[in-house]
Design a protein around this ligand. Structure first.
Ligand code: GAP
Length: 440
């Protein structure tokens, strides 16, 4: 399949089945804004919950926070974002379309109008999203939506230390929205102006030599690869690690690795891992005048910890998961999602909608299963169509209640992946599903 076709097919499946819709669509859409629909929000929540469980609740050396989206502008002065968080912008002299200078070849014709009128000189464009606090739109009231969740973990560092009794090394994790006024958003949910991040700032002792921070960097590198492979079910041959060259490092980073995924539109950044040194804590300490140093409980030494930052984009995770698990067969399309990610683990169907005894039995089973699994109910159309639609949503199992159910208390359990339909006794359903879900 041609890669553009694959992207088109995924976008269309997302709309058709309720994963992701174009934002503000009844008003003609709003460029590059996307809304997660009923099954999309389940998939996204499953990803976030899995991440939280693994990296925050599952570790003794981690705690979480959930901070404000709009922070005091001084935060962004201290972090360097107001000064440095910019991309080079050029404009086509013919059609005035704007591009990121580092993403196009300015000696070639414009990708929008195909004319060779040339481009304006590159000027730096700050990506911070501005707003005003309160009714007066004046300079003194300017504030910014956060361009990364990270800064709250530095700004709240002292409060977390004082309340959580964690000792270095330890990390703070957060999931939340971030905003960037991107010059060229695109490729569906890959690059948008409003997106979600899952980030960790991991605080380590001041390293005396490179090996000391590298040890933690390597630990997070392995954790990130394991997440990609074990939790998301992504084949690691579809992932590429890019050592970001020194002259392209973000203003705060001493070393960064980008984890790139083989998206249909090209190999592009999925996640990042950076060594931020003590850049952020030092700047916030200076700017706020507060002592942000950590006191070692054993030696009483006071110091500003250094930081390793693994960062994950939620929306790019959703996109990579959809691309990775999209399958086409002659007679159907399906998402081979690992059950832990699937919006529904099981769907229940009465064979015929107009037979009250079948519907009542199916409802009974549905109500029972709902207590244990995220369960869908579907009584529209014929059973073939219901299988087809649950396949496209990625539901691993479909249960049909038929006339034999009323006689012997068994149902058919159809597997999304093999299409096999063994009969299972209602009493054994829960353990059958549990076992098979765990084995996928
Ligand atoms: N705190 C570090 C930081 O924000 P980043 O590489 O700029 O680093 C982290 O962003 C992750 O956020 C990226 O790896 C990507 O997954 C996601 N991301 C960044 N910009 C995005 C955008 N415009 N749309 C969707 N996801 C984005």
């Amino acid at each position: 399949m041609n890669n553009n076709d694959l992207m088109d097919k995924i976008v269309s499946l997302c709309k058709r089945r309720g994963f992701i819709f174009p934002g503000s669509e009844i008003y003609g859409g709003f460029a590059n804004s996307w809304d997660y629909g009923p099954v999309g929000v389940e998939l996204k929540n499953n990803i976030k919950q899995l991440w939280w469980k693994r990296f925050v609740q599952g570790r003794d050396d981690m705690v979480g926070i959930d901070a404000a989206l709009i922070m005091k502008p001084a935060v962004w002065e201290a972090s360097g974002h107001l000064k440095n968080f910019s991309d080079p912008l050029v404009e086509c002299k013919n059609c005035h379309t704007r591009f990121r200078a580092d993403q196009i070849d300015t000696t070639k014709p414009c990708a929008s109008c195909d004319k060779s009128a040339g481009f304006t000189e590159a000027k730096m464009f700050n990506l911070m999203f501005k707003t005003f606090i309160g009714p007066a739109e004046e300079q003194a009231n300017i504030a910014y939506f956060r361009p990364e969740t990270a800064q709250a973990m530095f700004v709240d560092f002292k409060n977390v230390l004082d309340t959580s009794r964690k000792t270095v090394p330890f990390g703070i994790g957060q999931i939340g929205k971030a905003f960037r006024n991107e010059i060229t958003p695109g490729n569906f949910i890959f690059r948008t102006r409003e997106f979600e991040q899952m980030e960790i700032e991991y605080f380590i002792p001041v390293p005396k030599e490179d090996a000391e921070w590298n040890k933690y960097f390597e630990m997070w590198r392995e954790n990130m690869l394991s997440w990609i492979n074990k939790d998301l079910g992504i084949d690691l041959t579809h992932v590429h690690e890019l050592e970001v060259p020194k002259d392209e490092l973000a203003h705060y980073s001493k070393r960064t690795i980008d984890f790139e995924y083989h998206f249909p539109f090209g190999v592009s950044e999925l996640y990042g891992l950076a060594y931020r040194t003590d850049f952020d804590l030092k700047n916030h300490q200076e700017k706020s005048g507060q002592d942000l140093r950590y006191t070692d409980p054993y030696t009483s030494e006071k110091y500003l910890p250094h930081v390793i930052e693994p960062t994950w984009g939620v929306d790019r995770t959703v996109l990579a998961v959809l691309c990775e698990h999209y399958r086409e067969e002659e007679d159907r399309v399906y998402l081979a999602l690992p059950p832990r990610l699937a919006p529904y683990k099981v769907a229940v169907f009465p064979l015929l909608k107009n037979k009250p005894e079948l519907v009542a039995k199916a409802r009974e089973i549905y109500d029972q299963l709902k207590e244990h699994f995220s369960t869908a109910w579907d009584d529209r159309g014929n059973v073939g169509k219901r299988y087809y639609s649950q396949d496209e949503i990625g539901t691993p199992f479909g249960i049909t209640v038929d006339f034999q159910t009323l006689e012997d208390g068994s149902v058919t359990v159809r597997s999304r992946d093999t299409k096999e339909q063994p009969r299972v006794k209602i009493d054994d359903l829960q353990s059958y599903l549990q076992k098979n879900i765990n084995s996928l």
